[in-house]
Design a binder for this molecule. Structure first.
Ligand code: ADP
Ligand code: MG
Length: 257
């Protein structure tokens, strides 16, 4: 997609869990070359929306359109194959295994994150040439996120900030045009957040579409081009960070919640 093209659209997404409406008619669009931040109090429906957008979960009503294709109800591997990369709220890696193998294995299993946990130590059953290509690509993506000096370190020994970078590198191996990141800065130290913001801004400037959930307002305000605010499953505000930050409804949602 060219810079400015709409890559991903939510059209009136609603998700009910029994009587609870976790997403209530949410619409938004993410464009190539922008960072869109999704914010809102705990329980607002942010992770639910991510699951709908990535095909991990299906909406009760509404549509998900990715790169012009209606992906509603399609399995997540189909979106992944079309260029949707994601990371999860909690880091998913094999702590004993080194950085390079963690990136490579994740890339090999892309769109099937459930398999990752069950795979500890198992061979990938690739031929030598395929394995070499995969490892070369993993190394390239590791360098892109600043992990070039950590390729052979056990992933579990890295500080959290670098583990998050590892997960981004893993997503990048699939050559995505859209990244969905669920709370990428959570638990990071100040300098780690700065490094993460720099990597994400670099990807954005290369034309990547990035949608992220984030609680850290300073992080969001410094990085996001636009912000969407959810409260009780509904979109209550949308716009540039400075405007959203001073929106009376948003202030009330945060102070009142
Ligand atoms: P956020 O990520 O913004 O904190 P979530 O999307 O995780 O919020 O949750 C939104 C609401 O939906 C919460 O009230 C949560 O308890 C509920 N919820 C999320 N997933 C499920 C589920 N699988 N079953 C029942 N309720 C759920
Ligand atoms: Mg969440």
């Amino acid at each position: 997609p060219a810079r400015g093209d709409v890559v991903l659209e939510a059209r009136g997404l609603t998700r009910r869990f029994g009587g609870l409406v976790a997403n209530d008619g949410v619409s938004l669009a993410v464009r190539a070359g922008e960072v869109l931040a999704l914010i809102g109090p705990n329980g607002a429906g942010k992770s639910t929306l991510f699951n709908l957008l990535s095909g991990v979960d299906d909406p009760s009503s509404g549509r998900v359109v990715f790169r012009g294709r209606d992906m509603t109800g399609r399995p997540s591997r189909e979106s992944a194959a079309l260029g949707l990369g994601r990371t999860f709220q909690h880091v998913r890696l094999l702590p004993q295994m080194n950085v390079l193998d963690n990136i490579a294995i994740g890339a090999h299993l892309r769109g099937r994150p459930g398999l990752l946990a069950g795979l500890c130590g198992a061979a990938l059953r690739l031929d030598r040439a395929a394995e070499r290509r995969l490892l070369a690509e993993a190394a390239r993506q590791a360098r892109r996120v600043g992990l070039g000096d950590d390729l052979h370190a056990p992933a579990g020994a890295l500080p959290l900030g670098r583990q998050r970078m590892l997960e981004i590198a893993r997503a990048l191996c699939a050559d995505p045009c859209l990244l969905l990141l669920d709370e990428p800065a959570a638990g990071l130290r100040h300098l780690e957040k700065r490094a993460l913001a720099q990597v994400l801004a670099g990807l954005r400037d290369e034309g990547m579409a990035i949608l992220l959930v984030e609680h850290d307002m300073d992080f969001v305000m410094g990085l996001a081009d636009r912000v969407v605010v959810l409260e009780f499953g509904r979109k209550i505000a949308e716009g540039p960070p400075e405007r959203v930050q001073n929106d009376p409804r948003v202030l009330e949602a945060y102070l009142g919640g």
